[in-house]
Design a binder for this molecule. Structure first.
Ligand SMILES: Cc1cc2nc3c(=O)[nH]c(=O)nc-3n(C[C@H](O)[C@H](O)[C@H](O)COP(=O)(O)OP(=O)(O)OC[C@H]3O[C@@H](n4cnc5c(N)ncnc54)[C@H](O)[C@@H]3O)c2cc1C
Length: 318
C-alpha cells in the first residue's frame, strides 16, 4: 500500500526544485463538491522543469498520479487517495495572451472565465457557451466542457501536452478525438492551449451570454456540487438526446437525500453536499439513481463527473 512515507523518503522527489509538496493534503478545499478526502501527497510545480521532473519520476516509480484543475468536476470517492495529486501553479501555468489577432494562448491553469473576459477585452468572441462554467482551461479541455452543441475542444487549434511518461508533444486540431464531454487530451497533461476565436460582434456576444446565463439560472451555483453528474443520454427508441435531469426528476428523485447527499431541488442532475457528505455517500446515491432510472425508463445514465477511487473510477490516473 502506498503511503506518504514512500514519497517523504524519496530523495529524488525531495530534490526537485520549485515544487511544493504537501503530505496528507486536505482535498475538500480543492474540489467544489467538498467531500472529506486526503491525498497522500499534493504536488504543485511552479515551473515547466518541475512539472517535467515530477511527472517523469512518478512514471519511473509507478506512483498513481492525478492532475487536478479547479476540482469542479471531480469527486474523490474514498477518504484517502494513495498517490500524488498534481496541481499546476496558476502563477506560472495560468497565463493568457494573444497568439495572433484571433487566437488566445492560454495556460492550462488559467480560469476559463478569465479566458472569456480576456478574449472580449481583445475584441474576440466564441466562448460565450462557457458562461458560468467554473474551473480551469486544462480541466475544460480534458472533459470537453461546454453547453448546447458546443464543447471547448471545438475551438482548440493546438495544445502542448505532457504524456504520462514525460514527453512534451504538440497536438493540433485533428490529431485527437473528442466528443460530448470526452476528450483524448485527458490521456496526458494539458500544459498550454491555443483557442481560435472570432472577431467580436458586441451585440451578438452580449445576447449569447445573456441566453446562457438565463439557462444556468435553474442550477444551484452557491451550494457544493460538481455540476451535472450524468451525461444526457440518447433515448433508445427515438435516438433523441434526453435530459438526464428530467429523467431523474420524472423518476421522483428530486429532493431525495441519502445522508448529506441530496438530489438538488433546483436541478435534478446536480447532487449537492449538504455539509458532511462522504465520497461513499455520493457513490451510493449515483448507483441508486442509475438503478431507479434504468428500472423506470430502460436507460443507463453514464457518469459525467470524474470519480476518483472506488468501483466507479472514471479519471485517468497516470
Ligand atoms: C456549478 C457548476 C456548474 C457547471 N456547469 C457546467 C456546464 O455547464 N458544462 C460543463 O461541461 N461542465 C460544467 N461543470 C463541470 C465543470 O465545471 C467543468 O467540467 C470544468 O471544465 C472542469 O474544470 P476543472 O478545472 O475544475 O476540472 P477538474 O475537476 O479539476 O478536473 C476534471 C478532469 O480533468 C482532468 N484535468 C484537469 N486539469 C487537467 C490538465 N491540465 N490536463 C489534463 N487533464 C486535466 C482531471 O484529471 C479530471 O479528470 C459545472 C460545475 C459546477 C460546480
Amino acid at each position: 500500500m502506498m503511503t506518504q512515507d514512500c514519497f517523504l523518503t524519496d530523495r529524488d522527489l525531495l530534490a526537485i526544485d520549485n515544487l511544493t509538496l504537501i503530505p496528507q493534503a486536505n482535498l475538500a478545499k480543492r474540489t467544489s463538491m467538498k467531500t472529506r478526502s486526503r491525498a497522500a501527497m499534493l504536488a504543485i510545480p511552479h515551473d515547466i522543469r518541475a512539472l517535467y521532473r515530477i511527472v517523469r519520476l512518478t512514471h519511473l516509480r509507478g506512483w498513481p498520479l492525478l492532475v487536478l484543475g479547479g476540482g469542479t468536476n471531480t469527486i474523490f470517492a474514498t477518504a484517502q487517495f494513495e498517490g500524488i495529486v498534481l496541481i499546476l501553479d496558476e502563477a506560472f501555468f495560468g497565463h493568457i495572451e494573444l497568439a495572433d489577432e484571433n487566437t488566445l494562448r492560454v495556460g492550462a491553469a488559467a480560469q476559463l472565465s478569465d479566458a472569456i473576459k480576456f478574449g472580449k477585452r481583445h475584441h474576440l468572441m466564441g466562448l460565450e457557451f462557457c458562461t458560468m462554467i467554473p474551473g480551469t482551461v486544462g480541466g475544460a479541455l480534458a472533459g470537453n466542457a461546454g453547453a448546447g452543441n458546443w464543447g471547448l475542444c471545438d475551438f482548440l487549434e493546438r495544445a502542448i501536452l505532457l504524456t504520462r511518461d514525460g514527453e512534451f508533444i504538440d497536438v493540433h486540431r485533428g490529431d485527437f478525438r473528442y466528443s460530448y464531454r470526452h476528450s483524448q487530451l485527458a490521456e496526458g497533461i494539458v500544459v498550454e492551449a491555443e483557442l481560435l476565436l472570432e472577431p467580436l460582434d458586441f451585440e451578438t456576444s452580449r445576447q449569447r451570454q445573456k441566453d446562457y446565463t438565463a439557462k444556468k439560472k435553474c442550477q444551484p451555483y452557491k451550494i457544493p456540487s460538481s455540476g451535472c453528474v450524468f451525461k444526457n443520454p440518447k433515448d433508445p427508441v427515438s435516438g433523441q438526446t434526453v435530459s438526464a435531469g428530467m429523467l431523474i426528476d420524472k423518476a421522483g428523485l428530486k429532493g431525495y437525500a441519502l445522508n448529506d447527499v441530496e438530489v438538488s431541488e433546483a436541478h435534478a442532475n446536480f447532487l449537492i453536499n449538504r455539509g458532511k457528505a462522504s465520497g461513499e455517500d455520493f457513490l451510493a446515491m449515483i448507483s441508486l439513481i442509475q438503478d431507479v432510472v434504468h428500472e423506470r425508463f430502460g436507460i443507463l445514465l453514464e457518469i459525467e463527473a470524474r470519480i476518483v477511487g472506488g468501483p466507479l473510477t472514471s479519471c485517468v490516473l497516470r
